[in-house]
Design a protein around this ligand. Sequence first.
Ligand SMILES: [Mg+2]
Length: 410
Amino acid sequence: MRILVVEDSPTIRMAIEQMITQIGHTALLVSSGEEALQLTGESEFDMVLMDIEMPGLDGFETTTLMREALEHWIPIIFISGHEADDQVLAGIKAGGDDYMIKPFSPIFLEAKIISMKRISEMNQRLDALNNHLADLSEKDELTQLSNRRAFKEKAKQVLHLSQRHRKPVSVLMLDVDHFKAYNDFYGHMEGDICLKGVAEALRETVHRSSDIVARYGGEEFVVLLTDTDVYQARLVALKILENLQSKNIPHEKSLTSDRVTISIGVASTSVSDQYDLNRLTDLADQQLYYAKESGRNQVHAQKDKSQKTILVASTNSDNRSALSNAMQSYGNIVTADSYQERSLLAKEIQPDLSIYDGTCDSIGEMEALKDLQLSTLLVEDKYGHLLGRVEAIKSKSAAQIEGLLVSYLR
Ligand SMILES: [Mg+2]
């Protein structure tokens, strides 16, 4: 044991140190209450021997302050030259655990240490058990994510704080696609492993300590993102899809893909302005339903009330519809299939975002340039200023392209 000795008399300090060493423990010596408190944050010790009469802070005051500073309980034993009943009582009331009258013998000290050590160990076991119980009641056993109950409790606090600071909060509801078919075909053991994989993809994507990731029940998960509007939340959701995809978990019986996929619904206070957990999860659930209805393995988010206008232009009809699909969650889509139409519409409706590919860039370009241009998207704001380019679109997934395009909307 490491025993902190707080004693202003150098003679007594040395005598006690000798005894402690003699019975096989380590002594840490300080000569005042102030020094003892300073050490409390910095150094580890398992027990304190505390003199009562000291200049500056006395033993009672030091003990009261030390108890506040200590993260867990350790025994504090008073040592005093006086044998007065009221002193003993005052010491115990100040947070001490026992009382010894100076001078005392090494054997007497050893006996005290043994008895205090016993109580200390019992306390540690109790702490460990309590922590374990707290974990059990808050964590989902299979995935080690928060469980539904803990999610609700934490989420309510976060919403309350966010409302006060007027910060947006978003909720993602996630559901594994065709999970019943997975369980039926691969068995429940494999089903559990699959859910762990999904949980891992979630953990890899969402790692800010203020965010909450939880298993909502069965194959349903929920994520709460602090200080995140609907656009940012959508990007996070797309990233989750991507991370799960890279896990490559086979799903032979899925009607959506040959891999395990999920659908995600997104709701945000930045759209509905309602800092109510039930309302938010309901709205996210609704979006999840739309994501399932539209073919699964995708993200559906609440539409922004302010409804942005997005102009999508390409002479290639496949490009046009792919881009329209990618952007339809973010606003009203207007399409153009020629360069002339695009510039006309851009002037007329002043879209918040104008996206076009190389086929619409200009007329009369050399044929050789066309292929190159086809693989680049150009993005303009409502004034016709170029915001940026998305290059090499053929090498990017639809979700990646969507993520890049949406970043220009904000
Ligand atoms: Mg003294």
